[in-house]
Design a protein around this ligand. Structure first.
Ligand code: GEK
Length: 231
């Protein structure tokens, strides 16, 4: 971590909802569809994990979609500011908050067990690359057979021309969302050492080697994708 690197502090937490909607193409669609996937694949008496939950966008989408009472959702983030703000807004966002528990901790330390749905919605990209396999092995071990893992990420492309094209289209998207060229350049620099994207192929190989099956991207817009894999 270098001075000027992006951090998830109180300043970011206060503007997060606006920021993420204007910074990730398809964020609201992805989040809503995570609710649909979770409803379809959550199993009786199981646990759903939202790892790197921020203000709970995905958690709320899931809990508002699932009618059953026998599931627990554990939302985890290591930003104290995010978890505090999430806790304040739970009752405004969901009808049945007793199914939700919030944990402020590093997802590398989170115990995963009895999971039918695990969500990493734009979080894995912030985990150091050399710790991703270990984290995903732990997730796999804590999942039930038939459960799903949903991973949304910023991605890169092996083809340099396409990679550049998608980055430029993404920057045009951000300009359309009201960010100036300077703001876009500053954010890019702040994220450079913090957000480390990989190709879809790297994600697929790693998950397949761990034991996941039926991997694919179910959403993609420019250099952002959401993937699903089954245990
Ligand atoms: C959403 N999923 O709105 N342990 C715990 N939390 C972490 C870690 C870690 N090691 N690394 C990063 N985070 C959310 C959006 S935002 C995406 C996720 C973005 C947390 C970090 O504190 C932040 O809240 C979140 O992951 C990433 O559906 O800002 O681009």
């Amino acid at each position: 971590m270098l001075p000027g690197d992006f951090v998830f502090d109180a300043k970011v937490a206060n503007v997060f909802e606006d920021m993420i909607n204007r910074s990730i193409p398809g964020y609201s669609t992805i989040t809503a569809m995570i609710g649909v996937l979770a409803e379809r694949y959550c199993q009786a008496n199981s646990t759903i994990y939202d790892l790197g939950c921020s203000l709970g966008g995905a958690s709320f989408a899931v809990l508002n979609r699932i009618q059953r009472e026998d599931i627990q959702l554990i939302a985890v983030d290591n930003s104290k500011a995010m978890i505090e703000k999430l806790k304040e807004t739970v009752s405004d966002n969901i009808k049945n908050p007793r199914n939700l528990s919030c944990q402020c901790e590093d997802i590398l330390d989170t115990d995963i067990s009895n999971a039918s749905v695990v969500i990493l919605n734009f979080t894995l990209q912030f985990v150091p690359a050399e710790q991703r396999t270990e984290l995903l092995k732990k997730v796999f071990a804590g999942m039930r057979v038939g459960g799903i893992l949903i991973i949304s990420e910023k991605i890169t492309f092996p083809d340099k021309k396409l990679n550049q094209l998608f980055i430029e289209m993404y920057h045009s998207f951000k300009e359309n969302m009201g960010y100036s060229k300077l703001e876009i350049a500053q954010k890019r620099a702040a994220l450079e050492n913090v957000l480390l994207p990989e190709t879809l192929e790297i994600h697929k190989t790693r998950l397949t080697e761990i034991g996941f099956r039926s991997f694919d991207a179910w959403f993609q817009c420019f250099n952002f994708a959401s993937m699903v894999a089954f245990k």
